[in-house]
Write a protein of this length. Sequence first.
Length: 163
Amino acid sequence: MKPKKPFRIGYGYDIHRLVEGRALILGGVNIPHAKGLDGHSDADCLTHALADAVLGALGLPDIGHFFPPTDDRFKGMDSQDILKKATEEASARGYEISNVDIGVIAEEPKIAKFIPQMKEILARSMNIAPEDVGIKATTHEKVGDLGRAVGIAASAVCLLAAK
Ligand code: MG
């Protein structure tokens, strides 16, 4: 399909609760920690926010529409497959991902040292270069639930360019 516009911008946000007995997967990286994010899939809120940004740029519904949490087929699924699906939706409409930028709010654990690995994994899922993936991590300065490490949140923007 020929794209109607040269560029499209998208935004996504997600939050998951930190609980015991789950692996902590963020940006596709398994991060050693006493708790992990709870959810139907691997609960990778960073990747979910990013996939929603891509789908949002296309004017499509969010990832819950494509991968309903009520559907057992998607239980424990690798969120990189969700991001790949969003990338395919963009490609099918004549767009490629130009660049993305992500902010993560995590009071714990410290994730900065895992960011290069996240960029590699996310870039591969979106068929772009790691330098086209921005990731920043911050704490919530002990403010509110996020500041008490009840969960981890992420927001993301992406720019799509006509191929
Ligand atoms: Mg989610």
